[in-house]
Unconditional design. Structure first.
Length: 70
């Protein structure tokens, strides 16, 4: 979840302060939003890896004269 943690540290500390005072909604919302951002970041990373991996495997296979994928 660290890739989705808020960059607004003041809001984060405010949410923690509210939690300490018994108001859980702000920190729950912040954690939920961070989870969504982390999920989006993970999907983007997976897409980027596929975009690099596919051509690299094709190039390797062409150089080796055979198919590498399995």
């Amino acid at each position: 979840m660290s890739s989705g943690l808020p960059t607004d540290t003041a809001a984060y500390f405010d949410a923690l302060g509210a939690y300490r005072e018994g108001e859980i909604e702000p920190i729950v919302e912040m954690v939920a939003e961070s989870t969504f951002r982390a999920t989006d970041n993970g999907r983007k990373l997976a897409e980027d890896i596929r975009n690099v991996r596919e051509p690299a495997l094709d190039d390797f296979a062409a150089r080796a004269g055979r198919r590498v994928r399995g």
